[in-house]
Design a protein around this ligand. Sequence first.
Ligand SMILES: Nc1nc2c(ncn2[C@@H]2O[C@H](COP(=O)(O)OP(=O)(O)OP(=O)(O)O)[C@@H](O)[C@H]2O)c(=O)[nH]1
Ligand SMILES: [Mg+2]
Length: 469
Amino acid sequence: MMAGLLQKEDFNQLSKWIGGRRKFLLLYKISRDGCSAPSFHSKCDNKGMTVTVLYNPSGTVYGGFTAQNWTSVGTVYVSDPKAFMFTLKYNGKSSPVEFPIKPEKHANAIYCNATYGPTFGGGHDLSTFTGTLTASIGVFALNGSCNLDYTYNMKGNDFKAFANGNLQVNELEVYQVDECDMNDPLDTPWRKTPEWTTRLMQELKEEIENYKPLEELKIPQTRILLIGQIGAGKSSFFNTVNSIFRGYVTSQACSGTAEHSLTTQYRTYQVRNGPSGRPLNFRLCDTRGLEESQGIEAQDVCYILDGHTPDKYVFNPALPLSPDVPAFIKSPKLRDQIHCVTFVLDASTVDVISEKILEKIRKLQVSMNQRGIPQIVLLTKIDKIYKPLEDDVSLTYFIPTVQEYVDKVAAMIGLPRSHVIPVKNYENERELDNNINILNLLAMQQILHFADDFLYNHLDDLDPEILEK
Ligand SMILES: Nc1nc2c(ncn2[C@@H]2O[C@H](COP(=O)(O)OP(=O)(O)OP(=O)(O)O)[C@@H](O)[C@H]2O)c(=O)[nH]1
Ligand SMILES: [Mg+2]
């Protein structure tokens, strides 16, 4: 973002003084662009807010901020009530002090002159250089001057405390100060996750490979239902998780786009450990998509939740499942039921989701709540709402746009924000990617935790005598 000498903590401090969420763009740097007034003006004129930072060889870092343009037409003082001078470091140690402009001196905040470098105050409080200078052994002896406390309130600091008593610098930089927008990554993530390393990926994989549902309940596998609009990425999520454990990108479940749901069968997919082929202790249950009409209906879903629907059952809107159909599982056990529901929502269509579909989802939620089944939302295709995620999903939790969508969906579905998990499925990739793996394994981990919550609740409800038998 900056490519200059300014350290992160100093950037943070300056942003705090300036206010708002800021980004800095390096405009000018004397060691690169030459220490000359024409060079400074050609790079920095009319760029809006800027901050000028000087680096003394003994590690003192100081300078000035202005919210006004630098210009080189004539010689003018520019008024700027927002301007300030500052010290960030003194002899290498952090010692941030802001020197605000004196109220009666606003008119003389900066001095613009084609033959001057950045110049602050009427004194001038800080005049960096005039004309053109060269470095000697990496040090520029600036030919400006410091007449401190004339326009800016130095709070008792003298030239020595401000700049070691000299204007020698090994660098001077000018940054343009801009407003961050929703697409600029945050410094700290909007949701905390462990550090994304290969090791984390391995740990998550192992945790999920070793996952077992509560032993007391004697269920071999946890069942997770994937449900959502057609084309949301339900089958792709299974494919993604399956790929991670297989060790290469597979597309066992049919995925793609079609007018009606591409998935027509109810499938309770196994995920297998690649080398051993051993199935993991959960199943991802893939369904036909929700549609305004023709899709999977409320009754279908209730049968699935309760475990009546057999694997490979073909959804037929004209002839829905009923107890009269031979394959109907008449007396399902806890092991046949759904233990966690995962709503799959396409982030790129969240803004245009129809009220009818939302109504359907809310109705389904009533049935789920009656059964105490925990619900999670997988927000898929986040690469479509923020392009750079196509190449690097490790940014996911640093992008305000993604957070905004998560918040929006949480409100829409009526779930806590922490229940909405952004993911990007494998779709165009031909090889596994550590970060896509981590993103989806984190989702899978949370889903399994939720399923466990359901099973624990179930355990609490059971008669202790039954359990002892
Ligand atoms: N860019 C992008 N595309 C995705 C992602 N997930 C799925 N897709 C694409 O979206 C399309 C639909 O995905 P499916 O997994 O078939 O969706 P589905 O929910 O199973 O749809 P139906 O079975 O038709 O109800 C496919 O073309 C996928 O490649 C994602 O995270 N990012
Ligand atoms: Mg599908």
